[in-house]
Design a protein around this ligand. Structure first.
Ligand code: ZN
Length: 73
């Protein structure tokens, strides 16, 4: 066991995990915290939904995301 993550650290790692590959130690810490923390489990699910929505938007798969608007990308 390395260290105990706070809920804040956990959300940061979850969000970082989208941009970079987490180290094994970070993943272990993350998993350890998520196992015991219902709040962070819920938060991670929200993240997943959010990021999936963003990806879908970026790939233009939804009817609400007109292709070619691209002003803020
Ligand atoms: Zn937590």
């Amino acid at each position: 066991m390395s260290r105990t993550l706070s809920c804040r650290d956990t959300t940061v790692l979850v969000s970082d995990g989208r941009d970079r590959r987490l180290s094994l130690e970070e993943l272990a810490d993350l998993r350890g915290h998520l196992t015991g923390c219902v709040r962070c489990q819920a938060a991670r699910e929200q993240f997943e939904i959010l990021f999936r929505g963003i990806e879908r938007y970026l790939h233009g798969d939804t009817p609400d995301a007109p292709i070619g608007r691209g002003t803020d990308v």
